[in-house]
Design a protein around this ligand. Structure first.
Ligand code: TRP
Length: 342
């Protein structure tokens, strides 16, 4: 490994604890986090405070936070190289969110498309749902993150985080790094097996045939992929044509799991006698990739003390970075920080 003199770029991302993590989350996000661990300093945060912007069953939430953390570790987030922690374990997130809330014009928040769509189907949307992106900005700005890998749906929230940082810097002096969104193009959108024109989603993740969960058994994975919707043709090609979305999705998954380039992937299927062969090969690639993840996950969930220990280490390391920053933020706006809080 080559030792670089410049400090590693800092990457931060947050992951929702609600729902079950699936292949789309893995290929669209977690796989890159794991691959980037050597060259970049990664901070990965299970965002339980974001989850409670809508009602969560308390016991289920706790279970899902632990499950999500365990899955991230199982996917290969290495607690020695990266900082994996639970958002609410670091108080500075809530404190910074409040201070940034007070700096954020209401109009900026009312424009957020995710808020508009989430609030539209709710009789009584919480105030938290409106200020959700400010908490997200706090997550990022507290750590001076250089890069924030997110899905395409988070682009607007990232722009808001930059606007909030810029405005704060302007009013109170240089305080925050302006974070760059990193939005993966290829493979960022893994589509649903039961409807390849829609993104694989956590909320529909329990529907039969929609997604492959990272905790699914081999047989279930094979069954889901065998039933994947394709088209009535027989051409195995990468294609933007909506008609070929199912085949394109299967090839994309295969490509990302095997690490082969497009040409090599197509070569693997040059002799295929139809979509049956394609599905079989994709299913095996998925089974082989998910099996070790599932096994590590089960081991961690069976050892709560070890999971607690790893999360405590992560929270300690996150706190060591966030604490000096929250003190600086408070001082900037004129809040005194008593010795007891230093
Ligand atoms: N809002 C993000 C999502 O739903 C999750 C998130 C919370 C996040 N805090 C973050 C993502 C900070 C990146 C950085 O996916």
């Amino acid at each position: 490994m080559t030792e670089s003199k410049t400090p590693r770029r800092r990457v931060l991302s947050g992951i929702q604890p609600s729902g079950r993590m699936h292949l789309g989350n893995y290929l669209g996000a977690v796989q890159q986090w794991v691959q980037a661990q050597e060259e970049k300093e990664g901070l990965y945060c299970v965002v339980d405070l974001h989850a409670i912007t809508v009602y969560q069953d308390p016991e289920e939430l706790e279970e899902q936070v632990r499950g999500t953390a365990a899955l991230l570790l199982a996917c290969g987030i290495d607690p020695e190289k990266s900082v994996l922690f639970v958002q609410s374990h670091v108080r500075a997130h809530s404190e910074a969110a409040w201070i940034l809330n007070c700096q954020t014009p209401l109009g900026w928040l009312e424009r957020m498309t995710q808020f508009k769509s989430k609030a539209a189907n709710k009789e009584r949307a919480s105030a938290g749902l409106l200020t959700y992106p400010v908490l997200q900005a706090a997550d990022i700005l507290l750590y001076d993150a250089d890069e924030v890998p997110v899905g395409d749906d988070q682009r607007q929230h990232l722009e808001l985080a930059r606007d909030i940082a810029g405005r704060f810097n302007h009013l109170y002096g240089e305080t925050f790094v302006l974070p760059e969104p990193v939005i993966r193009k290829f493979g960022a959108r893994i589509m649903a097996f039961d409807n390849p024109t829609a993104k694989m989603s956590k909320s529909s993740g329990d529907a039969q045939g929609h997604a492959v969960a990272l905790t699914d058994e081999d047989a279930k994975i094979r069954k889901t992929i065998k039933r994947a919707v394709t088209d009535s043709g027989r051409e195995i090609v990468f294609s933007e044509d909506p008609e070929k979305a199912g085949v394109n999705n299967l090839l994309t998954i295969y490509k990302l799991l095997t690490g082969k380039d497009q040409e090599a992937v197509l070569k693997d299927f040059a002799e295929a006698r139809g979509y049956g062969d394609l599905k079989k090969a994709v299913a095996e690639a998925v089974v082989e990739s998910i099996r070790p993840i599932r096994e590590r996950y089960e081991r961690l969930m069976g050892d709560p003390a070890e999971l607690d220990r790893l999360l405590a280490v992560g929270a300690d390391r996150a706190r060591a970075l966030a604490e000096p920053k929250i003190i600086q933020i408070k001082e900037r706006v004129g809040l005194t920080v008593p010795a007891a809080l230093r």
